[in-house]
Write a protein that binds this ligand. Structure first.
Ligand SMILES: [Fe+2]
Length: 235
């Protein structure tokens, strides 16, 4: 998908659910780190990053009142939120999107290896590989995002999140990706992403769009990746 189209769609989700704005950029940067550690070809790194950036695109179709609800969701509301996977996938198909990485990450990023996830309850290898990989990233970020009740994001939150991923490694989460992500964190390579739009000042990001300078920085990284693909593609 053309980056400008992707960007417009991301902005539409951000307007709908402001708390996801920072999340979108962090998972995109984690996806880049994971894809590069896997030594994927530049175009596949880009595809995985774009899939990460667009993974919750289906939230465009979820009522704002549910996304922005401050308290606990009812069972019925939660079932509606779960629909964002299918709705996002359908939206992309209607747009003529054919990239399997993008389509499968959007539809299957909440599946679990033991089949207890959604929307299709797929098990182990039936879950497409990019979606299995992305599920680890999404979970880590969800557990290490600043919240009104979570004072600070740092080493402690990251360790707790990694421990949670380890606990469900093989039952819910792709073991290979959990190991890889764990080693990337231990090496200090992705620590800066953890703090990206994720410090105390960004608590206000739950009610406002995060610092545009830093959003631009994340966009620049994606554009650089796009450029690398162009540069490496023979004429
Ligand atoms: Fe999601």
């Amino acid at each position: 998908m053309d980056w400008d189209v992707a960007n417009a769609m991301i902005r539409a989700v951000e307007l709908k659910d402001l708390s996801t704005a920072a999340h979108t950029w962090r998972v995109t940067l984690y996806a880049q780190a994971v894809a590069e550690a896997l030594k994927l070809a530049p175009e596949n790194v880009y595809q995985f990053m774009q899939a990460a950036a667009l993974h919750d695109i289906g939230k465009i179709d979820i009522p704002h009142g549910i996304l922005a609800k401050p308290g606990r969701l009812t069972d019925e509301e939660y079932e509606i939120v779960k629909m964002h996977t299918v709705l996002g996938h359908e939206r992309l198909v209607r747009m003529g999107e054919t990239d399997p990485t993008l389509l499968t990450v959007v539809r299957h990023h909440h599946e679990r290896l033991d089949g207890s996830g959604y929307p299709d309850g797929l098990e182990s290898d039936m879950i497409p590989q990019p979606a299995r990989r992305f599920g680890v990233i999404d979970t880590f970020d969800a557990m290490t995002s600043i919240r009104p009740y979570r004072e600070e994001i740092g080493e402690e939150a990251a360790r707790a999140s990694l421990a949670e991923l380890e606990r469900h490694k093989g039952t819910w989460y792709c073991p290979h990706t959990v190991d890889l992500f764990h080693s990337l964190y231990d090496s200090g390579r992705i620590d800066w992403i953890l703090h990206h739009f994720n410090d105390k000042a960004d608590l206000s990001a739950l009610g406002a769009v995060p610092d545009p300078d830093r959003l631009e920085m994340a966009e620049d990284i994606i554009k650089q990746t796009e450029q690398r693909i162009d540069d490496s593609t023979p004429e």
